[in-house]
Design a protein around this ligand. Structure first.
Ligand code: SAH
Ligand code: SF4
Ligand code: F3S
Length: 440
């Protein structure tokens, strides 16, 4: 595209932001922009931001500070802030950093091309509405270019759960599910462009209840079964789930749906019932463990992952010991753990804070235990036969790397392999963060 304007997007936060950034790049493609991979020479820079923890949100202001050199080099450069910081802070961003031209919340992305044409030369464009119309339908571009073998596809957005620590219900709004047929069509389009694995996304993806072609609301499991019939699509994953929405049909699908991969991210946050209650999680450690038990009964080899918060207000050492016990019982293949971060406007923000050193100490003990399990589960793959979807060349000559069904990174040296190949591999070696194997 000679003469095209250049767009640089930097994405922070969760996979839903990754998906949204792709959609925004496509929408701005229709407005004459071509995406580039560094900010030098850009006509527009868009930061797609995350508000989940204080550090994540503050990072945006330091990043904006660094963008000043690009604005000085090119006074026509437009700088936009999208995502959850845009939603949470709105016009405050322009007040703190006047060189920002445009602020757009996650539910208004379909208005971005029009906003872009209004912003710049001192004019500001701001939109943090929660409009009624289906933004995905309006964002729909018709890109033909081939792409890598894996893709994200947002099927559900927003959250009605209001955990006491979390900003998502405020930044993403109420839970909304996209209609089944649009998702299936989008999946078919991705497959035509070379995609073989799709990860269905939602802040509460297993609460999915989109309108089916029969007029009834469909569950996530029913959607997965419909995608299972899409020719050329080989693998389906979904994230992130809430323990209370692990319905029977979804658990069954883990045992019976061939394309649904044996990996599940099921955050629990804490192993203490007292803290879970204060978090407004609406489940107990025991009810969570029973869900895990049923999932393992349906799919014994499933690899589980989770999220944890340590140092939530009022958490004691005894509460933390309950968390360690739960981790011992589940044995996660992966897990993400965070120190509690106060988020203004959330119910937990005014409560008695845990001492920062105690929280740091708990975090390192939890992470050590998780790392140990992660290592043991990865090491136990040695000698086993797995399927690998190859994504890109590895660091060594003739090496390709991809993911197993359990989401482990696997390297294989075989010059015949190319991105998009799906092959059976015997695991020979477990390395620091990956496995090495041979083609069978
Ligand atoms: N919808 C998902 C994930 C939400 S955000 C769920 O319900 O699990 C991803 C993770 O960030 C959460 O699971 C939680 O562990 C963490 N998180 C959210 N708010 C946080 C806060 N205020 N401080 C620290 N971690 C937080
Ligand atoms: Fe946040 Fe809880 Fe909703 Fe997850 S379920 S997005 S942690 S409020
Ligand atoms: Fe962050 Fe918003 Fe995702 S706060 S985690 S980018 S939903």
């Amino acid at each position: 595209m000679a003469g095209a304007k250049k767009l640089y997007i930097k994405t922070y936060g969760c996979q839903m932001n990754v998906y949204d950034s792709e959609r925004m790049a496509e929408a701005l493609g229709g407005a004459g922009y071509e995406e580039i991979s560094s900010p030098e020479g850009a006509d527009m820079i868009l930061l797609n931001t995350c508000h989940i923890r204080e550090k994540a949100a503050e990072k945006i202001y330091s990043e904006l500070g660094r963008m000043r050199v690009h604005k000085e080099a090119n006074p026509d450069l437009k700088i936009g802030v999208a995502g959850c910081v845009a939603q949470a802070e709105g016009a405050e961003i322009i007040r703190r950093q006047p060189m920002v031209d445009l602020v757009v919340g996650p539910q208004s992305y379909h208005r971005l091309p029009e906003m872009e044409s209004r912003a710049g030369g001192g004019a500001k464009a701001l939109d943090t509405d929660f409009p009624e119309e289906d933004k995905f339908e309006r964002l729909k571009a018709r890109p033909k270019a081939m792409r890598g073998p894996t893709a994200f596809l947002t099927v559900q957005e927003g959250c009605d759960k209001f955990c006491a620590f979390c900003v998502v219900p405020y930044t993403r709004g109420a839970e909304v599910s996209r209609p089944v047929q649009r998702i299936v069509d989008e999946a078919k389009g991705l497959v035509e462009r070379g995609v073989r694995e799709i990860t269905l996304l939602g802040q509460n993806v297993n609460a999915y209840h989109g309108a089916g072609p029969d007029g009834a609301d469909w569950t996530l499991a029913k959607l997965i079964w419909a995608l299972n019939d899409v020719d050329g699509l080989e693998r389906i994953r979904f994230t992130t789930s809430h323990p209370n929405d692990m319905s029977d049909d979804l658990i069954d699908a883990h045992g019976s749906c061939a394309k649904l991969m044996p990996y599940l991210h099921l955050p629990v946050q804490s192993g203490s019932d007292r803290i879970l209650k204060r978090m407004n999680r609406k489940h107990t450690a025991e009810s969570y463990l029973r869900v895990i038990e049923r999932i393992r009964a349906a799919r014994p080899d499933i690899v589980l992952s989770g999220d944890f918060i340590v140092g939530f207000p009022e958490e004691t050492e005894a509460d933390f010991q309950d968390t360690l016990r739960l981790v011992e019982e589940v044995r996660y293949g992966y897990a993400y753990s965070f120190k509690y971060s106060t988020r203004p406007g959330t119910p937990a923000a005014d409560r008695a804070q845990v001492d920062a050193d105690a929280a740091s100490d708990r975090l390192s003990r939890l992470q050590a235990l998780i790392t140990q399990h992660q290592r043991e589960i990865q090491d136990a793959m040695v000698g086993r036969e797995v399927s690998v979807l190859f994504e890109k060349p590895g660091r060594m000559d003739g090496q390709m790397t991809g993911k197993s069904e359990y989401l482990h990174a696997v390297h294989v040296t075989a010059p015949s392999l190319k991105a998009g190949d799906l092959a059976r591999v015997r695991i020979m070696q477990s390395q620091t963060n990956s496995l090495a194997g041979d083609l069978i």
